[in-house]
Design a binder for this molecule. Structure first.
Ligand code: ADP
Length: 596
């Protein structure tokens, strides 16, 4: 596995040239930034000397200082502009690459991740890298160049005074490292204590209704309070153990401490070491500026660590495995679907499907039933290639689905899932998703077929209302909008994940009616969660532990007295105790989705 460092290097590759130029410009600007300080020190030395051409020299130095300031300004602007251009270019490059890659990964990749992970990579992690590229790299350049140039000059003036000047720096950094090491030692304890406090806070908030109902507020509070007290006690002892050395380190690294060292060390050298008093000026001026860049380096290294972690996450998405596409796609003749010895495993070890043979003939409805985890969703989602079979094959019209071009495949297979996603555009565009060029009449016809036209008409701007703004739908209505989308797509094959439960009988009846509009005359593969909806299916397929154990019509399977018959009897017994729903024609409502 590539290290975070390597991933960051690879991500930065397209802008390497620009970044190098920016760093070069920043180096010039940092050197030019030290020059005026050197100039002031030199000015002092010249003016206090008894050279005959003091005045000329003073003017030359002043001119150099002013020139250096202008150079600094110009190069600083250039460096900033270059790094921001580079950052802009990289952000757009990464986002485009991410989106391009996301379009090619198998759909199953998304179901294993929540949208938060993808959003974090595309937005937050790219942003996290912005600070490093546009700012931290330049800050680190200055923080390195300024002390190096300053120290070189100071050594040239007087090496003994230079040692005196950097003494606080060495002591301060030593103390700082010790403090940091001490803090790092207790970091796992800190994380643990923080985890406990978070855990009890979440527990408290999630359970607040139950806690209040049962009058346990005091006890629940107490648990949270104990965790908070423990954390406070730990934090206090942790901070106490490092606070002294950290305070001393920061004090030693302060400009005042450096000035004190310069003045004290200087006094000794001036009185007994043959150093001219005016030679203290460069140390007083440049020495106090040495500590700030060193601390800046510390902070910039933090930024770098964040950026590396962000780059690693972006790298994960950029390297997500693509869905293989056929180089020379074949076009199926007809739409007969056939699963032959299909095996599938999510993790390469445990099989979610082990050798399924199944035919879906045109104009038939096949319902998949079986206990939760038996492989129904896996079997159904292999058809729109959420993942590829790990054994056997699935064909449409005699052609392996892996050999069909993806757009051809999606013109043949539509899927309607429980978990409906509407995008934040107009309702019409949401319905048009599969056919962006569909006319308004076609959209309305699809909405009518999906029994949602009246709902949309009642919205403030009708079909132009925007989802999430002035178009708000109940669960059942949103499902009908997604059904309208599939109606308009008009694919010959439909994979349907029937909802496990509806809010009320009315909305169930409406969704079932919409589904019957969608599935008429099509090849339908339905993941059935409730036996009441499968009775009229042409074929019921019973899965258990990834194996097909029975298949046939409802009547055949009930007569067989096997697994399905037991499930059906259990279902009937459970419904005897429930008052029947008040649909005018319950049978029609229940089986609408499977009628042709
Ligand atoms: P069903 O739809 O019948 O409830 P699934 O097809 O969802 O069953 O699951 C079949 C098996 O595959 C189960 O053992 C389940 O734990 C496993 N499984 C489903 N989805 C994933 C996934 N994304 N990663 C790993 N295992 C999975």
């Amino acid at each position: 596995m590539a290290t975070e460092e390597a991933v960051l290097g690879e991500i930065l590759r397209p802008i390497k040239g620009k970044l190098r130029l920016a760093v070069a410009a920043q180096t010039v600007s940092a050197i030019a930034g030290v020059v005026p300080f050197i100039a002031i020190a030199e000015l002092g030395r010249v003016l206090l000397s008894d050279h005959a051409d003091r005045s000329d020299r003073a003017w030359t130095i002043t001119a150099v200082a002013v020139g250096a300031l202008l150079v600094r300004l110009a190069f600083m602007l250039a460096a900033g502009a270059l790094s921001h251009f580079a950052d802009n270019e990289l952000q757009s490059h990464i986002r485009r690459s991410l989106v391009a890659r996301l379009a090619r990964v198998p759909l199953g990749w998304f179901s294993e991740r929540n949208s938060g992970t993808v959003k974090k990579a595309v937005q937050d992690d790219v942003d996290a890298m912005h600070h490093m590229i546009a700012h931290s790299i330049l800050e680190m350049t200055s923080a390195t160049v300024v002390p190096v140039v300053s120290l070189a000059y100071l050594f040239w003036v007087d090496w003994r005074m230079t040692l005196v000047t950097i003494a606080p720096l060495v002591v301060g950094l030593g103390l700082y490292s010790v403090t940091m090491a001490q803090m790092a030692k207790h970091l796992p304890d800190y994380d643990r204590a923080m985890g406990e406090i978070n855990g009890s806070a979440v527990e408290f908030v999630q359970g607040v209704a139950v806690v209040k109902t049962f009058g346990q507020t005091h006890r629940a509070h107490q648990k949270f309070r104990d965790a908070a007290d423990d954390f406070a006690a730990f934090f206090l002892s942790w901070v106490r153990s490092t606070v002294r050395s950290k305070a001393v380190a920061e004090m030693v690294l302060s400009p005042i401490a450096v000035l004190l060292a310069v003045v004290t060390g200087g006094a000794f050298l001036v009185t007994g070491g043959g150093l001219a008093g005016v030679d203290l000026l460069p140390f007083a001026l440049l020495g106090v500026g040495l500590t700030a860049p060193v601390l800046a380096l510390f902070y910039a290294s933090y930024e770098l660590r964040f950026a590396k972690a962000a780059a690693a996450r972006v790298g994960d998405v950029l390297h997500a495995e693509e869905l293989p596409v056929a180089r020379e796609p074949l076009s199926p003749s007809g739409n007969h679907v056939s699963y032959q010895g299909v095996r599938f495993s999510y993790d390469g070890e445990k099989e979610a499907l082990s050798g399924i043979d199944l035919d879906l003939a045109p104009g038939t409805v096949t319902a998949l039933v079986g206990p939760s985890g038996s492989g129904k969703s896996t079997l159904a989602t292999l058809l729109p290639r959420f993942g590829d079979v790990t054994g056997g094959s699935i064909t449409i019209g005699g052609v392996d689905i892996r050999d069909i071009a993806l757009d051809d495949l999606y013109r043949r297979v539509a899927f309607v899932f429980q978990d409906v996603r509407l995008t934040q555009t107009s309702v019409a565009d949401n319905i048009r998703m599969a056919r962006p060029d569909a006319s308004r009449e076609d959209v309305i016809a699809a909405a009518r077929a999906a029994c949602v036209h009246d709902v949309i008409e009642a919205l403030p701007r009708g079909y132009d209302s925007v989802v999430g703004e002035d178009a708000r739908f109940s669960g059942g209505q949103a499902q009908r909008v997604s059904i309208a989308r599939a109606v308009l797509a008009d694919t010959p094959i439909i994979v349907l994940d029937e909802a496990a439960a509806y809010a009320d009988p009315q909305s169930e009846a409406e969704v079932q009616e919409a589904l019957s509009g969608l599935t008429r005359g099509k090849i339908v593969l339905m993941i059935a969660h409730r036996l009441s909806t499968v009775v009229e299916a042409d074929r019921i397929v019973v899965l258990e532990n990834g194996e097909l154990i029975e298949s046939g019509t409802h009547a055949e399977l009930v007569a067989r007295e096997g697994r399905y018959a037991r499930m059906w009897h259990a279902h009937e017994r459970s419904t005897v105790w429930q008052p029947r729903r008040s649909d005018p024609d319950p049978a029609a409502a229940r089986t609408g989705g499977t009628r042709r």
